[in-house]
Design a protein around this ligand. Sequence first.
Ligand SMILES: [Cu+2]
Length: 468
Amino acid sequence: MKTRRDFIKMSAVAGTAIAGATVATSSLARLPDPVTQTSPDTASPIKTDENSNYNPVVTLNGWTLPFRMNGEYKEFHLVAEPVVRELGPGMTANLWGYNGQSPGPTIEVVEGDKIRIFLTNKLPEHTSIHWHGQRLPNGMDGVAGLNQVAVHPGKTFVYEFEAKRPGTFMYHPHADEMTQMAMGMMGFWVTHPKNEHPWISAVDRDYCILLNAFDIVPGSETPNIMTMLDFNLWAWNSRIFPGIAPLVARKNDRVRVRVGNLTMTNHPIHVHGIEFEVTGTDGGPTRPESRWKEVTTDIAVGQMRQIEFLADEEGDWAMHCHKSHHSMNAMGHDVPTMIGVDHRGITEKIRKLVPDYMVMGERGMADMTEMTMPLPDNTLPMMTGDGPYGSVEMGGMFSMLKVRADLAPDDYSDPGWYKHPEGHQAYEYNGELPELSKQLTPGNSLMAPKSQLASAHFKAVKPTLHKG
Ligand SMILES: [Cu+2]
């Protein structure tokens, strides 16, 4: 049986301290002390005697909930409560979550474990928890009104079931779902296989990412819960770039990334630099002969996907949702396209009144990253993130896979920027240019003139066009 001292020891080896990471284990205590996390940093995996038979997962900008053994049960205590979550450096949000954070802590168990979860409701309204994807008795499935009475404010309910199948799962309320999920109530669940499984390979690093989305008006702090489609903050584990921690791997590590989608749209998750296989879905591990390599996998609403790859190329590889509006932050909407619109006349007139005035998006949107226009308080720029060579011009669902040869096996800290070996980086050409390529567009206008479009269209077959 786990002692209180063991849990103190556990928290000491974690990458970030888990506040009060002790769980009352006296059998006199009828339920475990709730453990709270106050930091949005990524907690390193905690190695104990009890998890020596699996490689613990790492939740990006998250943590794993400690448990206590009580007889043959693993006992956890989740507390549903309002939380303040830092979405990124300089932006916090009033969310609802579990044990101090949104998303809630990851629950990590082994196939065959008997699980007992206490849910205490500290929200102003009733809630419940649905254990998305699990095989369990119908009365433990957590749909308020259908499977159980809703858990009213101040009440504690108990869920008990066996972790029947290994895989990637999620948990979320099934009571006033629209409000509670829009406010950030959700969490990850991983069940490791009890024995060696022919379709589940051992990996060196095992990451968890929960996709979620918020609609927070720039300058405000609380999500609009009525939004159905037009969210403006696309998050991984309730963090937005540049607030999302990198996925760190040692060269030639086998890496698994588990992704769950609890937003209201699909997300094509794309990784640069490697090819991966989808090794597991909502229903469990995929048959090895059914797998193929790809670099983007679409994750539909309510789905979970496990991807796996060999991290055999060093570097800082981008990893992001491929919907371009999902890799930027708020302010991206309701702005008309200004590319090619000549507003020199009007700009001059406005500058007489407002000296620093500049037009948004005149040459594209990249200007936005360097724009000195003041943003409302508590708002991150639409496109941001300083890289070693300038702005990365990203936001939202964007992070990096950082692969390094000189990394300790248990090191999950950000190794900094990759140093490119000689001859491994794009460089500027400084030689003579052919006449036609000297100007971006004739006369440096923002758009091709109509006359040129016409001639290009009708004369494209004439090779003389390219001779200058
Ligand atoms: Cu997306």
